[in-house]
Design a protein around this ligand. Structure first.
Ligand code: FAD
Length: 445
Protein backbone atom coordinates (compact mmCIF):
# COMPACT_ATOMS: atom_id res chain seq x y z
CA UNK A 1 0.00 0.00 0.00
CA UNK A 2 1.36 3.40 -0.98
CA UNK A 3 1.22 6.21 1.59
CA UNK A 4 -0.45 9.52 0.65
CA UNK A 5 2.78 11.32 -0.24
CA UNK A 6 4.15 8.31 -2.16
CA UNK A 7 0.94 8.29 -4.20
CA UNK A 8 1.40 11.99 -5.03
CA UNK A 9 4.97 11.32 -6.22
CA UNK A 10 3.74 8.32 -8.21
CA UNK A 11 1.03 10.29 -10.03
CA UNK A 12 3.37 13.22 -10.61
CA UNK A 13 5.78 10.72 -12.18
CA UNK A 14 3.03 9.27 -14.37
CA UNK A 15 2.07 12.82 -15.43
CA UNK A 16 5.61 13.77 -16.51
CA UNK A 17 6.20 10.47 -18.33
CA UNK A 18 2.88 10.86 -20.22
CA UNK A 19 3.80 14.42 -21.13
CA UNK A 20 7.22 13.22 -22.32
CA UNK A 21 5.65 10.56 -24.55
CA UNK A 22 3.14 13.06 -25.92
CA UNK A 23 5.89 15.56 -26.76
CA UNK A 24 8.05 12.81 -28.31
CA UNK A 25 5.41 12.11 -30.94
CA UNK A 26 3.58 15.44 -31.26
CA UNK A 27 6.10 16.98 -33.69
CA UNK A 28 5.83 13.88 -35.88
CA UNK A 29 2.04 14.14 -35.85
CA UNK A 30 2.38 17.79 -36.87
CA UNK A 31 4.56 16.78 -39.81
CA UNK A 32 1.94 14.20 -40.83
CA UNK A 33 -1.02 16.61 -40.82
CA UNK A 34 -2.30 16.98 -44.38
CA UNK A 35 0.51 14.80 -45.69
CA UNK A 36 -0.30 11.66 -47.66
CA UNK A 37 2.33 9.02 -47.01
CA UNK A 38 3.29 6.96 -50.05
CA UNK A 39 1.90 3.41 -49.73
CA UNK A 40 4.54 1.97 -52.07
CA UNK A 41 7.35 3.48 -50.06
CA UNK A 42 6.36 2.52 -46.54
CA UNK A 43 9.98 2.05 -45.37
CA UNK A 44 10.96 5.43 -46.77
CA UNK A 45 8.17 7.16 -44.84
CA UNK A 46 9.01 5.09 -41.76
CA UNK A 47 12.64 6.18 -41.98
CA UNK A 48 11.55 9.85 -42.16
CA UNK A 49 9.33 9.31 -39.12
CA UNK A 50 12.32 7.80 -37.23
CA UNK A 51 14.38 10.88 -38.09
CA UNK A 52 11.72 13.25 -36.74
CA UNK A 53 11.17 11.22 -33.56
CA UNK A 54 14.96 11.02 -33.00
CA UNK A 55 15.35 14.78 -33.40
CA UNK A 56 12.42 15.44 -31.06
CA UNK A 57 14.03 13.21 -28.44
CA UNK A 58 17.26 15.19 -28.77
CA UNK A 59 15.36 18.45 -28.27
CA UNK A 60 13.64 16.98 -25.20
CA UNK A 61 17.09 16.22 -23.73
CA UNK A 62 17.46 19.94 -23.04
CA UNK A 63 14.32 19.88 -20.89
CA UNK A 64 15.40 16.72 -19.09
CA UNK A 65 18.77 18.19 -18.14
CA UNK A 66 17.50 21.67 -17.22
CA UNK A 67 17.19 20.51 -13.56
CA UNK A 68 13.59 21.73 -13.18
CA UNK A 69 12.85 20.82 -9.58
CA UNK A 70 9.19 19.95 -10.21
CA UNK A 71 10.15 17.53 -12.99
CA UNK A 72 13.00 16.02 -10.95
CA UNK A 73 10.94 15.66 -7.73
CA UNK A 74 9.18 12.34 -8.42
CA UNK A 75 12.23 10.60 -9.92
CA UNK A 76 15.39 12.10 -8.43
CA UNK A 77 18.09 13.82 -10.49
CA UNK A 78 20.28 10.71 -10.71
CA UNK A 79 17.42 8.73 -12.25
CA UNK A 80 16.67 11.56 -14.68
CA UNK A 81 20.33 11.75 -15.75
CA UNK A 82 20.43 7.99 -16.21
CA UNK A 83 17.33 8.31 -18.37
CA UNK A 84 19.01 11.13 -20.30
CA UNK A 85 21.95 8.82 -20.96
CA UNK A 86 19.93 5.82 -22.13
CA UNK A 87 17.36 7.74 -24.15
CA UNK A 88 20.28 9.34 -26.07
CA UNK A 89 21.16 5.86 -27.27
CA UNK A 90 17.54 5.29 -28.36
CA UNK A 91 17.53 8.65 -30.18
CA UNK A 92 20.86 7.82 -31.79
CA UNK A 93 19.44 4.44 -32.92
CA UNK A 94 16.39 6.15 -34.46
CA UNK A 95 18.56 8.76 -36.19
CA UNK A 96 21.01 6.16 -37.49
CA UNK A 97 18.24 3.94 -38.86
CA UNK A 98 16.78 6.92 -40.72
CA UNK A 99 19.55 6.99 -43.40
CA UNK A 100 20.16 3.22 -43.22
CA UNK A 101 16.56 2.59 -44.28
CA UNK A 102 16.84 5.26 -46.98
CA UNK A 103 19.96 3.54 -48.37
CA UNK A 104 18.19 0.20 -48.24
CA UNK A 105 15.10 1.49 -50.06
CA UNK A 106 17.20 3.18 -52.73
CA UNK A 107 20.96 2.43 -52.77
CA UNK A 108 21.49 5.53 -54.95
CA UNK A 109 20.98 7.54 -51.77
CA UNK A 110 24.42 6.30 -50.67
CA UNK A 111 25.83 9.10 -52.83
CA UNK A 112 24.61 11.50 -50.16
CA UNK A 113 27.47 10.28 -47.98
CA UNK A 114 29.96 11.92 -50.29
CA UNK A 115 29.96 15.13 -48.28
CA UNK A 116 32.05 17.03 -50.83
CA UNK A 117 29.48 16.61 -53.55
CA UNK A 118 26.31 16.04 -51.51
CA UNK A 119 23.70 18.79 -51.16
CA UNK A 120 23.84 21.04 -48.08
CA UNK A 121 20.98 19.20 -46.33
CA UNK A 122 22.90 15.90 -46.56
CA UNK A 123 26.14 17.54 -45.36
CA UNK A 124 24.30 18.79 -42.31
CA UNK A 125 22.75 15.36 -41.68
CA UNK A 126 26.15 13.64 -41.82
CA UNK A 127 27.77 16.28 -39.57
CA UNK A 128 24.97 16.03 -37.03
CA UNK A 129 25.14 12.23 -36.89
CA UNK A 130 28.93 12.22 -36.50
CA UNK A 131 28.73 14.81 -33.70
CA UNK A 132 26.03 12.73 -32.02
CA UNK A 133 28.28 9.70 -32.19
CA UNK A 134 31.16 11.70 -30.67
CA UNK A 135 29.04 13.08 -27.82
CA UNK A 136 27.85 9.58 -26.93
CA UNK A 137 31.32 8.05 -27.05
CA UNK A 138 32.93 10.73 -24.86
CA UNK A 139 30.04 10.55 -22.39
CA UNK A 140 30.03 6.78 -22.06
CA UNK A 141 33.84 6.52 -21.94
CA UNK A 142 34.65 9.81 -20.17
CA UNK A 143 36.47 8.11 -17.30
CA UNK A 144 38.33 5.69 -19.62
CA UNK A 145 39.46 8.66 -21.77
CA UNK A 146 40.54 10.52 -18.59
CA UNK A 147 38.50 13.59 -19.51
CA UNK A 148 37.94 15.68 -16.38
CA UNK A 149 34.34 16.46 -15.50
CA UNK A 150 34.44 20.22 -16.24
CA UNK A 151 36.09 19.78 -19.66
CA UNK A 152 33.59 17.07 -20.52
CA UNK A 153 30.66 19.24 -19.41
CA UNK A 154 31.76 22.20 -21.56
CA UNK A 155 32.37 19.91 -24.53
CA UNK A 156 29.02 18.20 -23.99
CA UNK A 157 27.08 21.45 -24.12
CA UNK A 158 28.97 22.73 -27.17
CA UNK A 159 28.43 19.51 -29.07
CA UNK A 160 24.75 19.39 -28.04
CA UNK A 161 24.15 22.85 -29.52
CA UNK A 162 26.01 21.99 -32.74
CA UNK A 163 24.02 18.76 -33.09
CA UNK A 164 20.69 20.57 -32.80
CA UNK A 165 21.71 23.36 -35.18
CA UNK A 166 23.05 21.01 -37.88
CA UNK A 167 20.03 18.69 -37.51
CA UNK A 168 17.70 21.69 -37.83
CA UNK A 169 19.53 22.86 -40.97
CA UNK A 170 19.07 19.37 -42.40
CA UNK A 171 15.33 19.22 -41.63
CA UNK A 172 14.58 22.74 -42.87
CA UNK A 173 16.39 22.10 -46.13
CA UNK A 174 14.36 18.96 -46.92
CA UNK A 175 11.49 21.29 -47.70
CA UNK A 176 9.06 18.56 -48.72
CA UNK A 177 7.99 17.58 -45.19
CA UNK A 178 7.94 21.07 -43.74
CA UNK A 179 6.53 22.86 -46.78
CA UNK A 180 3.65 24.51 -44.90
CA UNK A 181 4.71 27.70 -43.13
CA UNK A 182 2.97 26.80 -39.90
CA UNK A 183 4.86 23.50 -39.76
CA UNK A 184 8.18 25.33 -40.24
CA UNK A 185 7.19 27.75 -37.49
CA UNK A 186 6.25 24.89 -35.17
CA UNK A 187 9.58 23.14 -35.68
CA UNK A 188 11.43 26.44 -35.49
CA UNK A 189 9.77 26.97 -32.13
CA UNK A 190 10.89 23.54 -30.85
CA UNK A 191 14.49 24.17 -31.89
CA UNK A 192 14.41 27.69 -30.39
CA UNK A 193 13.04 26.37 -27.07
CA UNK A 194 15.84 23.79 -26.91
CA UNK A 195 18.51 26.43 -27.44
CA UNK A 196 16.76 28.81 -25.04
CA UNK A 197 16.93 26.12 -22.34
CA UNK A 198 20.70 26.15 -22.64
CA UNK A 199 20.64 29.92 -22.11
CA UNK A 200 18.32 29.32 -19.14
CA UNK A 201 20.69 26.80 -17.53
CA UNK A 202 23.92 28.72 -18.15
CA UNK A 203 22.69 32.31 -17.71
CA UNK A 204 19.16 32.72 -16.29
CA UNK A 205 19.34 30.05 -13.60
CA UNK A 206 22.63 31.33 -12.11
CA UNK A 207 21.28 34.89 -12.47
CA UNK A 208 18.38 33.90 -10.21
CA UNK A 209 20.96 33.12 -7.52
CA UNK A 210 22.26 36.72 -7.52
CA UNK A 211 20.99 38.20 -4.29
CA UNK A 212 20.79 34.72 -2.75
CA UNK A 213 24.36 34.51 -1.51
CA UNK A 214 25.57 32.36 1.34
CA UNK A 215 28.54 33.09 3.54
CA UNK A 216 30.67 30.45 5.24
CA UNK A 217 30.09 30.70 8.97
CA UNK A 218 32.17 27.82 10.24
CA UNK A 219 34.43 25.06 8.94
CA UNK A 220 34.85 21.92 11.05
CA UNK A 221 37.59 19.43 10.32
CA UNK A 222 36.71 15.76 10.88
CA UNK A 223 38.74 12.62 10.94
CA UNK A 224 38.97 10.85 7.60
CA UNK A 225 39.96 13.88 5.46
CA UNK A 226 36.46 15.40 5.62
CA UNK A 227 35.32 18.93 6.37
CA UNK A 228 31.89 20.23 7.36
CA UNK A 229 31.23 23.68 5.94
CA UNK A 230 28.35 25.64 7.42
CA UNK A 231 26.73 28.26 5.22
CA UNK A 232 24.47 31.09 6.35
CA UNK A 233 22.07 32.89 3.96
CA UNK A 234 22.90 36.57 3.42
CA UNK A 235 19.83 38.84 3.46
CA UNK A 236 17.43 36.09 2.38
CA UNK A 237 15.61 33.32 4.15
CA UNK A 238 17.41 30.31 2.59
CA UNK A 239 15.26 27.41 1.45
CA UNK A 240 13.41 24.49 2.95
CA UNK A 241 14.74 21.02 2.28
CA UNK A 242 13.96 17.46 3.28
CA UNK A 243 16.60 15.58 5.29
CA UNK A 244 18.72 13.54 2.87
CA UNK A 245 18.44 15.97 -0.06
CA UNK A 246 21.35 17.70 -1.76
CA UNK A 247 22.28 20.99 -3.40
CA UNK A 248 24.72 22.31 -6.01
CA UNK A 249 27.54 24.31 -4.49
CA UNK A 250 29.38 27.11 -6.30
CA UNK A 251 32.17 28.66 -4.27
CA UNK A 252 33.10 32.30 -4.89
CA UNK A 253 31.36 35.59 -5.55
CA UNK A 254 29.86 34.74 -8.93
CA UNK A 255 27.08 32.19 -9.46
CA UNK A 256 28.00 32.03 -13.18
CA UNK A 257 31.02 29.75 -12.76
CA UNK A 258 31.12 26.52 -14.76
CA UNK A 259 32.30 24.65 -11.68
CA UNK A 260 29.45 23.58 -9.40
CA UNK A 261 29.38 20.35 -7.43
CA UNK A 262 26.56 18.36 -5.83
CA UNK A 263 26.77 17.72 -2.08
CA UNK A 264 24.20 16.31 0.34
CA UNK A 265 23.14 18.54 3.19
CA UNK A 266 24.37 17.14 6.49
CA UNK A 267 22.53 19.65 8.70
CA UNK A 268 19.07 19.36 10.19
CA UNK A 269 16.28 20.37 7.85
CA UNK A 270 14.58 22.00 10.84
CA UNK A 271 17.09 24.85 10.82
CA UNK A 272 17.02 26.79 7.54
CA UNK A 273 19.36 29.45 8.92
CA UNK A 274 22.30 27.11 8.50
CA UNK A 275 23.03 24.72 5.68
CA UNK A 276 25.91 22.34 6.25
CA UNK A 277 27.68 20.21 3.68
CA UNK A 278 30.29 17.64 4.72
CA UNK A 279 32.85 17.07 2.04
CA UNK A 280 35.53 14.42 1.74
CA UNK A 281 38.74 15.39 -0.06
CA UNK A 282 38.82 12.98 -2.97
CA UNK A 283 39.64 14.98 -6.12
CA UNK A 284 40.85 18.37 -7.41
CA UNK A 285 37.83 20.34 -6.19
CA UNK A 286 37.07 18.53 -2.94
CA UNK A 287 40.84 18.37 -2.28
CA UNK A 288 40.80 22.14 -1.82
CA UNK A 289 37.83 22.21 0.55
CA UNK A 290 40.18 22.56 3.55
CA UNK A 291 41.11 26.02 2.19
CA UNK A 292 37.54 27.33 2.57
CA UNK A 293 37.36 29.73 5.51
CA UNK A 294 34.70 31.67 7.43
CA UNK A 295 33.55 34.73 5.48
CA UNK A 296 33.98 33.10 2.04
CA UNK A 297 31.02 33.60 -0.30
CA UNK A 298 29.12 30.75 -1.98
CA UNK A 299 25.91 30.01 -3.89
CA UNK A 300 23.78 26.95 -3.25
CA UNK A 301 21.11 25.79 -5.66
CA UNK A 302 18.57 23.30 -4.42
CA UNK A 303 17.11 21.33 -2.93
CA UNK A 304 17.24 18.22 -5.11
CA UNK A 305 16.79 14.53 -4.50
CA UNK A 306 14.27 11.97 -3.35
CA UNK A 307 16.46 10.22 -0.77
CA UNK A 308 14.50 11.25 2.28
CA UNK A 309 12.47 9.69 5.10
CA UNK A 310 9.99 12.55 4.67
CA UNK A 311 8.70 10.75 1.58
CA UNK A 312 7.76 7.80 3.79
CA UNK A 313 5.97 9.38 6.75
CA UNK A 314 4.00 6.21 7.55
CA UNK A 315 7.06 4.00 7.96
CA UNK A 316 7.37 2.13 11.27
CA UNK A 317 10.97 3.33 11.54
CA UNK A 318 14.05 4.02 9.43
CA UNK A 319 17.15 1.93 8.87
CA UNK A 320 20.24 3.64 7.48
CA UNK A 321 23.24 1.86 6.00
CA UNK A 322 26.16 4.23 5.35
CA UNK A 323 29.68 3.76 4.06
CA UNK A 324 32.41 6.43 4.45
CA UNK A 325 31.27 9.89 3.38
CA UNK A 326 27.87 8.34 2.54
CA UNK A 327 27.04 9.23 6.16
CA UNK A 328 26.24 12.85 5.14
CA UNK A 329 22.58 12.45 4.10
CA UNK A 330 22.07 10.09 7.09
CA UNK A 331 23.54 12.74 9.39
CA UNK A 332 20.97 15.20 8.10
CA UNK A 333 18.25 12.63 8.78
CA UNK A 334 19.55 11.84 12.30
CA UNK A 335 19.97 15.51 13.26
CA UNK A 336 16.49 16.23 11.91
CA UNK A 337 15.03 13.27 13.83
CA UNK A 338 16.69 14.62 16.99
CA UNK A 339 15.25 18.12 16.43
CA UNK A 340 11.81 16.65 15.77
CA UNK A 341 12.07 14.42 18.86
CA UNK A 342 11.31 11.41 16.67
CA UNK A 343 10.33 8.40 18.76
CA UNK A 344 10.12 5.70 16.12
CA UNK A 345 12.92 3.10 16.09
CA UNK A 346 16.02 3.99 14.08
CA UNK A 347 19.08 1.96 13.18
CA UNK A 348 22.33 3.27 11.70
CA UNK A 349 24.89 0.79 10.43
CA UNK A 350 28.01 2.71 9.50
CA UNK A 351 30.85 0.97 7.65
CA UNK A 352 34.38 2.35 7.40
CA UNK A 353 37.82 1.00 6.72
CA UNK A 354 39.53 2.20 9.89
CA UNK A 355 38.50 3.92 13.11
CA UNK A 356 40.25 7.05 11.82
CA UNK A 357 37.81 7.18 8.89
CA UNK A 358 34.65 7.49 11.00
CA UNK A 359 33.16 10.94 10.42
CA UNK A 360 30.86 12.32 13.20
CA UNK A 361 31.90 9.58 15.68
CA UNK A 362 31.60 11.81 18.78
CA UNK A 363 28.35 13.48 17.73
CA UNK A 364 26.78 10.09 16.99
CA UNK A 365 27.80 8.89 20.46
CA UNK A 366 26.06 11.91 22.02
CA UNK A 367 22.93 11.61 19.91
CA UNK A 368 22.31 8.04 21.06
CA UNK A 369 20.81 9.52 24.24
CA UNK A 370 18.27 11.69 22.43
CA UNK A 371 16.79 9.12 20.07
CA UNK A 372 15.54 5.55 20.01
CA UNK A 373 18.52 4.73 17.80
CA UNK A 374 20.83 1.73 17.50
CA UNK A 375 24.19 2.76 16.10
CA UNK A 376 26.48 0.02 14.83
CA UNK A 377 29.99 0.75 13.57
CA UNK A 378 31.70 -1.86 11.48
CA UNK A 379 35.36 -1.58 10.47
CA UNK A 380 37.20 -3.45 7.73
CA UNK A 381 40.54 -2.88 9.53
CA UNK A 382 39.65 -2.54 13.23
CA UNK A 383 42.22 -1.49 15.86
CA UNK A 384 43.29 -4.02 18.50
CA UNK A 385 41.00 -2.72 21.25
CA UNK A 386 37.92 -2.47 18.98
CA UNK A 387 34.73 -3.92 20.41
CA UNK A 388 32.37 -3.03 17.57
CA UNK A 389 31.55 -5.05 14.46
CA UNK A 390 34.23 -6.10 12.02
CA UNK A 391 34.22 -6.49 8.23
CA UNK A 392 31.87 -5.25 5.54
CA UNK A 393 28.09 -5.01 5.69
CA UNK A 394 26.72 -8.43 4.79
CA UNK A 395 23.63 -10.59 5.35
CA UNK A 396 24.96 -12.07 8.64
CA UNK A 397 25.69 -8.66 10.12
CA UNK A 398 22.25 -7.34 9.17
CA UNK A 399 20.52 -10.44 10.53
CA UNK A 400 21.80 -9.49 14.00
CA UNK A 401 20.25 -6.03 13.91
CA UNK A 402 17.22 -6.00 11.61
CA UNK A 403 13.95 -5.76 13.55
CA UNK A 404 10.94 -8.07 13.33
CA UNK A 405 8.64 -7.16 10.45
CA UNK A 406 11.57 -5.83 8.42
CA UNK A 407 9.32 -4.76 5.58
CA UNK A 408 7.44 -2.24 7.73
CA UNK A 409 10.59 -0.08 7.75
CA UNK A 410 12.21 2.09 5.09
CA UNK A 411 15.89 1.51 4.31
CA UNK A 412 18.42 4.08 3.11
CA UNK A 413 21.79 3.14 1.61
CA UNK A 414 24.57 5.56 0.70
CA UNK A 415 28.28 4.96 0.24
CA UNK A 416 30.81 3.69 -2.29
CA UNK A 417 29.34 1.63 -5.17
CA UNK A 418 30.49 -1.84 -3.99
CA UNK A 419 29.27 -1.13 -0.43
CA UNK A 420 25.86 -0.07 -1.79
CA UNK A 421 25.51 -3.18 -3.96
CA UNK A 422 26.58 -5.47 -1.10
CA UNK A 423 24.21 -3.78 1.36
CA UNK A 424 21.29 -3.99 -1.07
CA UNK A 425 21.96 -7.69 -1.60
CA UNK A 426 22.36 -8.28 2.15
CA UNK A 427 18.99 -6.61 2.81
CA UNK A 428 17.30 -8.70 0.13
CA UNK A 429 18.92 -11.86 1.56
CA UNK A 430 17.21 -10.92 4.82
CA UNK A 431 13.83 -10.72 3.12
CA UNK A 432 13.60 -6.93 2.67
CA UNK A 433 11.67 -6.06 -0.47
CA UNK A 434 13.51 -3.86 -2.97
CA UNK A 435 10.58 -1.39 -2.92
CA UNK A 436 11.47 -0.55 0.70
CA UNK A 437 15.08 0.31 -0.15
CA UNK A 438 16.20 3.81 -1.15
CA UNK A 439 19.69 4.43 -2.51
CA UNK A 440 21.68 7.62 -3.10
CA UNK A 441 24.58 7.31 -5.53
CA UNK A 442 27.29 9.98 -5.16
CA UNK A 443 27.99 9.92 -8.90
CA UNK A 444 25.61 11.40 -11.41
CA UNK A 445 27.25 10.21 -14.64
C1 FAD B 1 23.71 13.54 -5.13
C2 FAD B 1 25.15 13.64 -4.71
C3 FAD B 1 25.47 13.95 -3.40
C4 FAD B 1 26.79 14.03 -3.01
N1 FAD B 1 27.07 14.32 -1.70
C5 FAD B 1 28.36 14.36 -1.30
C6 FAD B 1 28.68 14.67 0.07
O1 FAD B 1 27.79 14.91 0.90
N2 FAD B 1 29.97 14.72 0.41
C7 FAD B 1 30.99 14.46 -0.48
O2 FAD B 1 32.16 14.52 -0.10
N3 FAD B 1 30.71 14.16 -1.78
C8 FAD B 1 29.43 14.11 -2.20
N4 FAD B 1 29.15 13.82 -3.52
C9 FAD B 1 30.26 13.55 -4.44
C10 FAD B 1 30.88 14.84 -4.92
O3 FAD B 1 29.96 15.59 -5.68
C11 FAD B 1 32.09 14.51 -5.79
O4 FAD B 1 33.01 13.80 -5.01
C12 FAD B 1 32.78 15.76 -6.27
O5 FAD B 1 31.95 16.48 -7.14
C13 FAD B 1 34.07 15.34 -6.95
O6 FAD B 1 34.73 16.49 -7.44
P1 FAD B 1 36.34 16.56 -7.49
O7 FAD B 1 36.71 17.56 -8.54
O8 FAD B 1 36.89 16.78 -6.15
O9 FAD B 1 36.77 15.09 -7.91
P2 FAD B 1 37.15 14.49 -9.31
O10 FAD B 1 38.17 13.44 -9.05
O11 FAD B 1 37.42 15.55 -10.31
O12 FAD B 1 35.77 13.80 -9.73
C14 FAD B 1 35.41 12.53 -9.29
C15 FAD B 1 34.07 12.18 -9.91
O13 FAD B 1 33.06 13.02 -9.31
C16 FAD B 1 32.11 13.42 -10.31
N5 FAD B 1 32.15 14.88 -10.46
C17 FAD B 1 33.26 15.67 -10.55
N6 FAD B 1 32.91 16.94 -10.68
C18 FAD B 1 31.56 16.97 -10.69
C19 FAD B 1 30.59 18.00 -10.82
N7 FAD B 1 30.97 19.26 -10.96
N8 FAD B 1 29.29 17.66 -10.80
C20 FAD B 1 28.90 16.38 -10.68
N9 FAD B 1 29.76 15.36 -10.55
C21 FAD B 1 31.07 15.64 -10.54
C22 FAD B 1 32.53 12.75 -11.61
O14 FAD B 1 31.84 11.54 -11.77
C23 FAD B 1 33.99 12.49 -11.41
O15 FAD B 1 34.44 11.43 -12.19
C24 FAD B 1 27.83 13.78 -3.94
C25 FAD B 1 27.51 13.48 -5.26
C26 FAD B 1 26.21 13.42 -5.65
C27 FAD B 1 25.88 13.11 -7.08
Amino acid sequence: MMSGSTKIYFWKGVFWISLYLLFSFLPLIVVMVGFEPSVTNFWREFSIALGFVGLTMLCLQFIITARFRTVAAPFGLDMILQYHKYISLVAFGAILFHPILLFWVDPENLELLNVLKAPFRAQMAVTSTILLFIIIVISVYRKEFNIDYETWKTLHWMLAVLIIITAALHVFNVEYYLSANWKRMFWGFIIAISLFLLFYIRVLKPAMLIGRKYVVRKVVEHKGEAWSVQFEPVNHSGFLFMPGQFGWLTLGNSPFQIEEHPFSFSSSSEDINIIEMTIKALGDYTGNISKVKPGDVAHIEGPYGVFSPDRFPDSKGYIMLAGGVGITPMMSMIRTFADRKENRPLILIYANNTFEDIIFFNELEKIRKDLKITIVHTLAEPPQDWNGEEGFIDADLLKKYLPEGANDYTYFICGPGPMMDASHKALMDNGVKTGNIEMEVFDLV
